[in-house]
Design a protein. Structure first.
Length: 303
């Protein structure tokens, strides 16, 4: 049976454009190999054009416009089925302040935090060490670990380059973990081990800067609890299809704290969600095909 036409939407106007282009190229290649009729759509903003008879838009964008619900709402208005989370869930997960509110309401453990605004007093009461991050940005763009109070002003200035709301979050001393969600299933826990500093943009995308354990070397009860809270974060935000939930496991007591829910995570062979899927025998080709199939199931109904 002939597969249907898939538009792989890539690029975008955000600071994560280059990462998106890599995701788009990888997904296009494996979807073609799986037999789908694939074409790429380079996205700069809302004026993108889809070919006739496009069955599904495969979203390979990251960051602003692609991951924050804007693109999803446009596709809904056009009546086009698309992969991944819906518009509202995408917005809620992209906005770290909104995410924190959702986690608190659902009882999902998350680190203490404060919100600082660009035109406000910029007063922070949480003692260092803290993590400073723009409220709406991805791939750790503009994120800084502040260990001394004297470094706070510079970290805030850098974060305000990307958003006028900044989250200052209690630093959790522990192990950096991530949990891929596929359908309604938590995949094996992945541990990220950076060679220096923390898992910032440079350590994410510099070859050899970080190492990964798939699955993470954790006692079974701890791994199960990490998966449970990750799935709880996914469900609390009303997510669907897939995502990747980042978690810190506190060293002192092995308690997990959810950092964020990435609704359009990287999807190359070396990205973390595909690594977790591969650990249970799901290669990138099958993973992308499953994601397309889930979106196809919504076509003609509620997008």
């Amino acid at each position: 049976m002939q597969k249907e036409k898939v538009a792989v939407m890539t690029g975008g106007p955000s600071a994560e454009r280059d990462v998106s282009l890599r995701t788009g190229a990888a997904c296009s290649a494996v979807l073609r190999r799986a037999g789908w009729i694939v074409y790429a759509v380079g996205v700069q903003g809302p004026g993108f054009v889809l070919e006739p008879d496009t069955a599904v838009a495969f979203l390979a964008l990251h960051g602003t416009f692609g991951e924050d619900g804007q693109l999803q709402r446009i596709l809904e208005q056009r009546g086009v089925a698309y992969t991944g989370c819906g518009a509202q869930a995408s917005y809620d997960c992209f906005d770290k302040v909104r995410s924190k509110e959702i986690f608190a309401a659902a009882g999902v453990p998350s680190a203490r935090y404060e919100v600082v605004t660009a035109n406000g007093a910029r007063r922070v009461t949480l003692p260092p060490p803290v993590v400073v991050k723009p409220a709406k940005q991805g791939s750790s763009v503009g994120v800084a670990l502040v260990r001394e109070a004297g470094a706070m002003a510079a970290a805030l200035d850098e974060a305000f380059r990307y958003d006028d709301h900044v989250v200052v979050e209690e630093f959790i001393d522990g192990r950096e973990l991530t949990v891929g969600i596929l359908g309604d299933r938590a995949l094996p826990v992945v541990e990220v081990r950076v060679k220096a500093g923390f898992y910032d943009y440079q350590n994410k995308y510099t070859k050899g800067a970080s190492e990964y354990d798939v699955p993470a070397n954790l006692p079974d009860p701890v791994a199960a609890e990490v998966q449970r809270v990750a799935l709880a974060a996914f469900r609390a935000a009303g997510c669907r299809d897939y995502s990747r939930v980042d978690v810190m496991l506190r060293r002192s007591d092995n308690r997990p704290f959810v950092l964020e829910n990435n609704t359009l995570p990287g999807m190359t062979e070396t990205s973390l969600l595909p690594k977790a899927a591969a650990a249970v025998g799901i290669g990138l080709e099958e993973l992308c095909s499953r994601i397309v199939t889930m979106a196809l199931a919504r076509r003609g109904g509620k997008l």
